[in-house]
Design a protein around this ligand. Structure first.
Ligand code: GDP
Ligand code: ZN
Length: 455
């Protein structure tokens, strides 16, 4: 991706009304635009309190003007900030003035993109800006700040450093066979490779925790009509989100609710009860339920413990999903223990299913359920002070881990140094995608276009 020479401008503060509103500009014309708007040449990095002038010298607004000459600015280019009053009309007038003076409207994420292209931030740091702004909990915000300050990137760099050392060693051995380095018996290579794999694995765990805090997990509540699914949603949300009635078939569409368990975002879906029905609207609701359940990270399968045995559930599942319920994705909720008299609590049965006995209507067992969901998310208390990470980063780390493992197998079973060397080269490239030292225009476009304008 190439930097263009345009000067870009955007309202950097949120839409709507506010005490102040900021317009940010970046590019070679920032200074001349400042002179035209203020009527004087601004001193670098000083706050000038002044009038913002229209072409007619009519005063548009008054406020603070800040000029940051390149390269000491957020984008690495000349940057101008106009801090005026935060109303949509006045900010729009000021922005129009900047556009008349030669700037163009910035695309989403274009300031961050320029900062990245000018080497002010790496890609993981640029993503952390967006994650910080969009953080849904305090812990997620703390993690994003850590990533912004380079905590994640540093770990990736350390891995890349190790990898480069190992590559030099391996490639040296290939290029100078007369030195007769015996790959297999050279404990050095295997030792370093294993060390690298361990470090990568540790980073993967930390990044997984970071991604969890950022993205959370989607949980679908499923079961027959009247099992107590909507009651369970309400109990988890700790408010009345869904309509609860004794009439079967009340919940017809998929209901969404976002909750947090100790800072971790959970996306809970209440779905229509699964049953065979002639009601056309209910049928559509059930189709939607089935696809929501298939896509969820975890399923809470609810039964009325006063009426149904676990065996009925297997039958239900086979009917709608053509397979047995997967104990790795499903928690069986035996609801309404107040009616059945079953003791409340969590249990793992012989078939490997986690069974939770509770009474959703009265929130009995909700804390146990929350603890259980936390465990399902792979939440590790010792690891919580981390950094933010995205699924993209996790995927890259996983691909890198697979390649290293493949490299080790190539070394052990084929003694082929060339194959190992190629695996290591690709691993380095994949790790480089995280920080952006290897990146395609397509990847950059995808990342920055998801940012908001002015970021
Ligand atoms: P859904 O159709 O699966 O969403 O079920 P609802 O949440 O709408 O509940 C159906 C009926 O069961 C309602 O009358 C609820 O009050 C009742 N119910 C839900 N949970 C419990 C429970 O734990 N104990 C008892 N006794 N009744 C419950
Ligand atoms: Zn319901």
């Amino acid at each position: 991706m190439q930097l263009d020479q345009d000067t870009i401008a955007a309202v950097a503060t949120a839409q709507g009304y506010g005490g102040i509103g900021v317009i940010r500009l970046s590019g070679p014309q920032a200074k001349s635009i400042a002179v035209a708007i203020a009527g004087f040449e601004p001193k670098p990095r000083q706050a000038h309190y002044c009038s913002f002038l229209a072409e007619t010298t009519e005063v548009l607004d008054q406020g603070l003007l800040l000029f940051f000459p390149n390269p000491h600015s957020f984008t690495g280019e000349d940057v101008l900030e106009l801090q005026g009053h935060g109303g949509p009309v006045i900010l729009d007038m000021l922005l129009q003035r900047c556009l008349e003076l030669g700037a163009r409207q910035a695309r989403p994420g274009e300031f961050s993109e320029r900062a990245f292209l000018n080497g002010k931030l790496d890609l993981a740091q640029a993503e952390a800006i967006a994650d910080l702004i969009e953080a849904s909990s305090k812990q997620a915000a703390r993690n994003a700040v850590q990533s912004l300050q380079g905590a994640f990137s540093r770990q990736v760099h350390l891995l890349v450093e190790q990898l480069i050392q190992l590559r030099m060693y391996v490639e040296g051995a290939i290029d100078f066979p007369e030195e007769e380095i015996d790959f297999l018996n050279d404990g050095q290579i295997l030792g370093r490779l294993e060390h690298l794999e361990q470090d990568l694995d540790q980073l993967l765990q930390q990044a997984g925790q970071g991604a969890l805090l950022r993205d959370g997990m989607t949980i679908a509540i499923a079961g027959r009509p009247n099992a107590g699914k909507s009651s369970l949603l309400n109990a988890l949300a700790r408010r009345d989100v869904a309509i609860v009635t004794e009439i079967a078939g009340t919940t017809r569409d998929v209901l969404h609710e976002r909750i947090q368990i100790e800072g971790m975002p959970l996306h809970i879906l209440d779905t229509a009860g699964l049953r065979v029905t002639q009601d056309r609207v209910e049928q559509i609701g059930i189709q939607r339920a089935v696809s929501a359940i298939q896509e969820a990270d975890r399923i809470l399968l609810v039964v009325d413990s006063s009426k149904e045995a676990d065996a009925d559930l297997h039958e239900l599942w086979r009917e709608f999903f053509d397979q047995d319920p997967d104990p790795k994705r499903i928690t069986l909720i035996r609801n309404k223990v107040d009616l059945s008299g079953e003791p409340e609590g969590l249990e793992l049965n012989e078939a490997g299913y986690t069974i939770l006995r509770m009474a959703a209507r009265d929130s009995v067992g909700i804390d146990t359920l929350c603890q259980h969901l936390k465990a399902c998310m792979g939440y590790q208390p010792g690891l919580e002070m981390g950094f933010s990470a995205r699924r993209r980063h996790l995927e890259a780390l996983r691909r890198a881990a697979t390649l290293l493992q493949q490299g080790r197998e190539h070394l052990l079973y084929t003694e082929a140094g060339e194959l190992l060397a190629e695996d290591l080269r690709l691993t380095q490239q994949i790790l480089g995608e995280i920080t952006g030292s290897f990146s395609s225009d397509e990847l950059l476009g995808r990342i920055f276009s998801s940012f908001c304008i002015g970021k």
